[in-house]
Write a protein that binds this ligand. Structure first.
Ligand SMILES: Cc1cc2nc3c(=O)[nH]c(=O)nc-3n(C[C@H](O)[C@H](O)[C@H](O)COP(=O)(O)OP(=O)(O)OC[C@H]3O[C@@H](n4cnc5c(N)ncnc54)[C@H](O)[C@@H]3O)c2cc1C
Length: 418
């Protein structure tokens, strides 16, 4: 990951006192995004097909291993660095950023985040051994991991145990169940599945959540269903079924019981979908400025910028974008295990602001640029459709964030109205 010749540009997260590694990675993301990902973005959208060519580029640039620790041969990027780079990629191709997030999380949760989750010495030793296998698949084989959690129940919202189950068998686990909305379906080599340990007759308990990697070649594993959504079409998020799928103990991405603790210790792990949408918000703003300045390549001159309404709209979009960037940056800078209640509130607020704000900026962009700007040969209508998806992503949909913020403000843990 050498630094590329840099051009002058303002990163999607804004100008910050970046480290040398961050600066170099942002230049790399900018270069790949502008020259490779942006020109291809319309084709994935049109055919609702996975951006395989972009993954070749990510792999060649070492970006599939970005968050694998350095001593395992990866890029050693921390949480904040990943979030900055993801926003830059999202600026040029939302589906690449969003699916890359699913892959990166499997290395970040098992890597830098797991380091901050309490474990016994035995669990820590087991985890060190097992993650070695997963990291080496990513570093040496360029493997891609998906992150299918959603089931259409209350589980992905964190309100019920996962219905997909894993039963302990000699040397491994037997998995049964179904997942929906599995981005990277058909593209991933491994599917990092959240499931509940089936302990026989006992009542399923979310504390028994297991995080297991299912190889795409496993017997009993199948992908089904159509994929023809409004936006984020290139994510190819189809259904998965697991029928008596056997995986070995080595496929445990976290020791038993650790995922549940991790979700409580590291709430910022659920904020990693946001940078994609911050990138999209930047793209909608960038397009609007270029369009009104008559600088969109191949488009006739647009003589509209002299109208005060256009100038005010651009100013309003910029104010909103600066708000998104500010709260996003604050949240990634203070992301850590065991945040204070105030930091947690800010994290929720950042998620809400980015997910709803991105769609609002895209809406304003179309209103301001006008009818000719939403033709299919221009990116704005795709940005608008893609931006609509952010607030729907569990566990922190816009609605659920409001729900959590209100409840956690008005009730102390364990407090009830009798
Ligand atoms: C483009 C795209 C890619 C995706 N990729 C992945 C992926 O790779 N992996 C993955 O696991 N998932 C993925 N998802 C799924 C996503 O995270 C959600 O699970 C999915 O959008 C939920 O859809 P649903 O209709 O089942 O929502 P429902 O669960 O029916 O929820 C509908 C709405 O009701 C609200 N709600 C839900 N539960 C509660 C509750 N308990 N209390 C109050 N309100 C509630 C929420 O606001 C939610 O938006 C993806 C989704 C999209 C759109």
């Amino acid at each position: 990951m050498d630094a590329l010749p840099s051009r002058s540009f303002t990163p999607a997260v804004g100008d910050l006192p970046f480290t040398a590694q961050q600066r170099s990675l942002l230049a790399l993301a900018d270069e790949l995004g502008r020259t490779r990902f942006a020109p291809r973005a319309a084709s994935w959208d049109e055919s609702a097909s996975f951006p395989f060519a972009n993954y070749e580029d990510l792999r060649a640039a070492g970006l599939l291993a970005l968050c694998v620790p350095r001593d395992h041969g990866g890029g050693g990027a921390d949480y904040a660095t990943y979030m900055m780079v993801a926003a830059e990629i999202g600026r040029h191709c939302g589906v690449t950023a969003l699916t890359w997030n699913m892959h990166i999380c499997s290395t970040m949760w098992t890597g830098v985040l797991a380091d901050g989750i309490p474990m016994t010495d035995a669990q820590r030793a087991e985890h060190a051994l097992r993650r070695e296998l997963h990291f080496s698949r990513v570093v040496n084989q360029g493997a891609i991991y998906a992150q299918p959690f959603s089931e259409g129940s209350a589980a992905a919202a964190g309100r019920a145990p996962f219905g997909t189950t894993a039963r302990k068998v000699e040397g491994g686990w037997r998995i049964n169940g179904r997942k929906i909305f599995a981005s990277l379906s058909g593209a991933a080599n491994y599917y990092g599945v959240l499931c509940t340990e089936d302990k026989g007759d006992e009542k399923p308990d979310a504390r028994d959540t297991l995080y297991l990697a299912v190889p795409a070649t496993s017997e009993g594993f199948a992908i089904s269903g159509d994929w023809n959504p409004l936006g984020m079409r290139g994510t190819v998020s189809r259904n998965l079924t697991f029928t008596d799928v056997l995986v070995s103990d080595d496929e445990q991405l976290m020791p038993r019981g650790v995922y549940y603790k991790g979700a409580q210790t590291w709430p910022a792990m659920f904020f990693t979908l946001a940078p994609t949408y911050l990138g999209i918000a930047n793209a909608a703003y960038d397009f609007t400025v270029s369009y009104l300045r008559g600088e969109v390549p191949g488009e006739p001159p647009v003589r509209r910028r002299m109208y005060p309404t256009k100038q005010i709209a651009v100013a309003q979009m910029r104010i909103q974008l600066e708000n998104l960037k500010s709260i996003f940056v604050r949240a990634i800078q203070e992301a850590s295990p065991n945040p204070t209640p105030d930091q947690k509130m800010r994290l929720y607020a950042a998620q809400y602001t980015v997910m709803e704000g991105a769609n609002d900026i895209a809406r304003l962009a179309i209103r301001t640029c006008g009818g000719q700007s939403m033709m299919k040969h221009l990116p704005l209508e795709r940005l608008y459709r893609d931006s609509r998806c952010g607030a729907l992503m569990l566990p922190w949909t816009a609605e659920l964030v409001l729900d959590r913020m209100g409840r956690e403000t008005l009730y102390q843990p364990g407090e009830r109205d009798d």
